[in-house]
Design a protein around this ligand. Sequence first.
Ligand code: ATP
Ligand code: MG
Length: 220
Amino acid sequence: TTKIDNVVKRSGTAVMGGTFDPVHNGHLRTAVEVLDRYKYSSLTLVPCFQPVHKNQPRVTPSQRLAMVKLAISSHSLLSVDSREIDREGPSYTVDTLRDIRAEIGPNEPLVMVLGMDSFLSLPTWHRWQELTQYAHLLVVSRPGWEPDFISELSSFCENYRASSPHELQCAPSGLVWFETLTPLGISSSMIRVLARKCESIAYLLPEPVQKYIEQHQLYR
Ligand code: ATP
Ligand code: MG
């Protein structure tokens, strides 16, 4: 990257999928730390319509989308993509990455950011071996989750591991890298539990999202 007059030249696209039920500072801090380290042009949060591997969300897809919009509105490099919600049905990441790749063309770096917990479940994902055809995988640390890989994932890492993080800014796709970020032990499930018990969720997520949850009496 070049730095001219404090303006960093940015390129490449990052995406982060999730249920965002609700979006919280663990997601958002991950997003901004990745943008600082990797100088991608943007990072897009992609809320799923229907999570494939978990219980169905307790709030509607449009409420989860509305909370993500509130959360990112003050950050110019963060955006939201509603294609999985618009598409309905089960949200397969491989379909989303294939579509985004078709839109940005073959040469632009595309990276999918995911936490260690999600990466450990990768072998259960629909057509997971195809993900690297379309994007890099940038696996970020998450408190409570250690990189204990089953053999399928170990050999996946051996095949695709980048030799430096810089490669994830140059090559269009096909590599895996691990980043250690500021550990934040925040999860959507803990926020849902707190709200259910009528305990405070302040400072775990942006204030406009907290207000939205209170106004709409979500997670009671
Ligand atoms: P739930 O508790 O309902 O599972 P969650 O907090 O795990 O919710 P998701 O929407 O499932 O949130 O996560 C979306 C993505 O963000 C996943 O790749 C997940 O690993 C990552 N992620 C979520 N919270 C953190 C965190 N605190 N630190 C790092 N990564 C996180
Ligand atoms: Mg989760």
